[in-house]
Write a protein that binds this ligand. Sequence first.
Ligand code: G3I
Length: 548
Amino acid sequence: MLKRIILCPLAALLIGGCVKEKEAVMQEPQTLKDAYADYFLIGNIVKGANMDDSLYNILTTHHNIATAENDMKPQYLQRTKGVFTFDDADAIVNKALSQGLKVHGHTLAWHQQTPAWMNQDGVSRDEAVANLTTHARTVVEHFKGKVVSWDVLNEAIADNPPNPEDWKASLRPSPWLQAIGADYVEIVFKAAREADPAAKLYYNDYNMDNTNKATAVYNMVKDINERNPDVRGRPLIDGIGMQGHYSSHTNPVNVENSLQRFISLGVEVSITELDIQSGEGGKQTDAQKITQGLVYAALFNVFKKYAEHIGRVTMWGTDDGSSWRKEACPTMFDDSLSPKPAFFAALDPDKFIAENKVDVETKEAKQSEAVYGTPDEDAWSQAPSIPIDSYLMAWQGASGTAKILWDETSLYVLVNVNNAEMNKANQNAYEQDSVEVFIDENNGKTPFYEKDDGQYRVNFDNEATFNPASMSEGFESQTNVSGRSYTVSLKIPFRTITAKEGDVIGFDAQINGASAQGARQSVAMWNDLSGSSYQDTSGLGVLKLVKR
Ligand code: G3I
């Protein structure tokens, strides 16, 4: 039950208006920390001990736990081997404690903001292990009794790992992994536990709403805790941090699914870096503010539902102006520090949803037909052409059309692309000039990938990539470039169905347009504008398999 505050204004007292209970004014909590007092801690970041007073005021008014945004990361605490520089971090921690806030520590091991002497520059395994354990032990001991929990290890799992059942194979190829091997994960947790057995030890990562990443994290924590059930009286890893750098396209169902899985391990879960992108160039339309608020509201409702297992919900930024993603206006306060709809959404999710949920008519998915036949000129001439020209981002770059044929074993897709830069310089395949096809063989429209779902990408130079990676078997493609245009033809074997006339499958096609500098500058789609087709099939268009 939420606490209710009885307000008794001075004027009312003077005229005796608060004497009778029935006249008492009931008011909902006005601060986030009061609204969630019976659920979990509410946190935010500190940018430094001398953070702007008005930002610090937001911090102390609405929150009861703080995380240093940068100052406790390895490069700030031990830039030079053996020289620990705690001054800035001490100032942050002491000030927060003096203001009645708790402090969470971030982070002991990461692939970013870590000096090269620790794990690169030809450092041997033994040296790297010594560097890792010395750093973790010294830092945790230094803050013992002041810091209640630590992000011991940050972002160790790769994005959308293709084989998440094997967590070791899913580790990001970080300098720590390369210098030490997969056991660096246990090594750093053990050093932290020894240094302060009372502090809660967390594994922390982003994109945890992605099923593959969540599965790899689940398997890692399960394996490590099963092998280390009693390290100073309890399993080695106390908690999993779901960072929560989301957007207004995030599907709360995916967040809830991952939360449930992590909770089933018996660990605590925290939301550690929540922000929700919704805007461009530092500006948001009124509609974007409401949409963003609805996502905050839906997520806070999910967190409330599992509050028993959630330690804290920490936002990554007090206000848009000081956010690391300020271009996308992701926080609850605008850059003049006024509360946005997102704030009221978090304060009282149900009220906000009731007041703002417009009857969103479920947008009908676009529909088209795939025609029976194997590729030849006559068959292609029978197939309707679908436009791939709805843009996901502001820039309107390469676009095109697609035709689709089918037989019992495969789908055949022919995509014509115009206005391309023909650039494949970027090491991320999705940032190269390329075509993507998404298939949901049972048209299940699930917010996560099932066995019948897949993503196929071919760049203009006929280099193919797959999600999941196992789907390359039987796949064929050709490309043909002419000036700023290219065609891609794909043969995609069905994996879970033997196709027949009348079948309906989920389908989408995407064109990635690279800039001349080699960064993706535009994304054109047939139907799904969620930006999540790589992990969520609910927004795909629909194809009917027909014979003519
Ligand atoms: O150190 C320089 C400083 O000397 C200079 O005055 C200043 C001016 O630009 O730049 C400083 O470094 C910046 C640092 O933040 C401190 O402001 C770095 O360039 C910048 O890259 C760094 O960004 C931080 C980022 O982590 C680093 O990857 C963001 O502030 C911080 O919000 C962000 O936080 C991470 C979490 O730790 C882990 N999860 C993801 C999250 C967002 O990326």
